[in-house]
Ligand binder design. Structure first.
Ligand SMILES: C[S@@+](CC[C@H](N)C(=O)[O-])C[C@H]1O[C@@H](n2cnc3c(N)ncnc32)[C@H](O)[C@@H]1O
Length: 327
């Protein structure tokens, strides 16, 4: 196998590829060569990445690459070399494999969606704990549909309305919903936060969201894999990272049923500001939880007022969007 190197050409998609044909070989040899290439490209997970790319290409478990060292055809070697070339450019491994595991589900992912992160599994756990039987849940900023699918898969009594502003992201979410057989209970809607929720649909019992929450100025400092390849619209939370979260908090009371709850994944240093925003919006029992690194990463609160615009002390409507009902 000949691997990507200086002689590579840049194609229209900006990815460098070796114009020469790779040769077939044994998995163990291709693996060692692939690990060398990725290590030279500065990837700390070089061997593991090479293993996953080759195992994915051959449709075998990673350990079989060592125990069986299967023969690799010329076509398979070519695809593997192509994937190595992309990985050497720091294209996220999950985009190359085309999937990521989340809450025990195998989900399709691609450059249109944020790669589901392990910490978001804790958001799902909290959301499930806040979801009464027979609930309607609204997942704002669904991306791959990971949160919506995980909730629907865990709770057959629940239906989920999942919203995203990106049509491309919703295309990926739709594939996941269909592949997991959740189409009868997960509805995908395109639009800006609450805007696509139609009147006559009934109130929502829980809103869950993992919105973009990285401050705009921080984005250029993110690892290349994230900043160059994951969708900006999934990352950028505005000047202080809280622009979308604040809009969700302000709009939620108009959508939630009495006693409904809101749970959001948040960025580092945002807990105090967003807790205050939730209290102003009328939420009670506002609390935060930490992720495995000790960062306050999630915030939740309950609403004990009836759904619909709530007037604040000055008599002005407290929510920016009109009352919304889901049928
Ligand atoms: C951080 S990603 C989360 C994706 C997925 N829920 C997850 O946890 O992996 C945020 C998502 O919100 C979507 N989004 C950003 N602004 C939005 C808006 N105003 N209305 C609806 N969706 C929005 C983005 O397109 C993106 O898919």
């Amino acid at each position: 196998m000949r691997l990507p190197q200086g002689a590579a050409v840049r194609k229209a998609d900006g990815v460098r590829r070796d114009p020469r044909q790779p040769q077939r070989g044994r998995a163990r040899d291709l693996l060692a060569e692939g690990a060398r290439v990725l290590s030279a490209a500065g990837l700390p997970t070089a061997r593991r990445d090479a293993e996953r790319l080759l195992a994915g290409q051959l449709g075998v478990q990673r350990f079989a690459l060592y125990t069986e060292s299967p023969a690799v055809s010329e076509t398979e070697a070519a695809h593997y070399a192509d994937a190595l070339g992309r990985r050497a450019l720091h294209v996220p491994l999950q985009y190359l494999l085309g999937w990521e595991e989340f809450c025990g589900l195998k989900l399709r992912v691609g450059p249109a969606v944020l790669i589901p992160r392990p910490e978001t599994e804790t958001l799902v756990e909290w959301a499930l704990a806040l979801t009464p039987p027979g609930s309607t849940v609204c997942d704002l900023g669904t991306g791959s549909g990971c949160v919506a699918c995980a909730i629907a898969a865990a709770r057959p009594d629940v239906r989920v309305v999942a919203v995203d502003v990106s049509a491309d992201a919703l295309g990926v979410a739709a594939e996941n919903v269909t592949a997991l057989g959740l189409g009868d209970r997960v509805t995908l809607l395109r639009g800006d936060l609450f805007a696509p929720l139609r009147s006559g649909m009934g109130a929502v019992n829980l809103i869950v969201a993992n919105p973009p929450y990285i401050p705009s100025r921080v984005i250029p400092t993110l690892p290349a894999e994230v900043r160059a390849w994951e969708p900006r619209g999934a990352l950028d939370g505005g000047p202080d990272g809280m622009a979308i979260s604040r809009r969700i908090i302000a709009g939620a009371p108009a959508v939630l049923a009495r006693g409904g709850a809101l749970v959001i994944e948040i960025g580092e240093g945002q807990a105090a500001g967003l807790s205050a925003a939730m209290r102003v919006a009328g939420f009670r029992d506002v609390s935060t939880r930490r992720d495995l690194n000790g960062v306050e990463r999630y915030i939740a609160g309950c609403l004990d007022s009836p759904a619909g615009p709530i007037r604040n002390a000055a008599g002005a409507p407290r929510v920016a969007v009109g009352p919304v009902e889901l049928d």
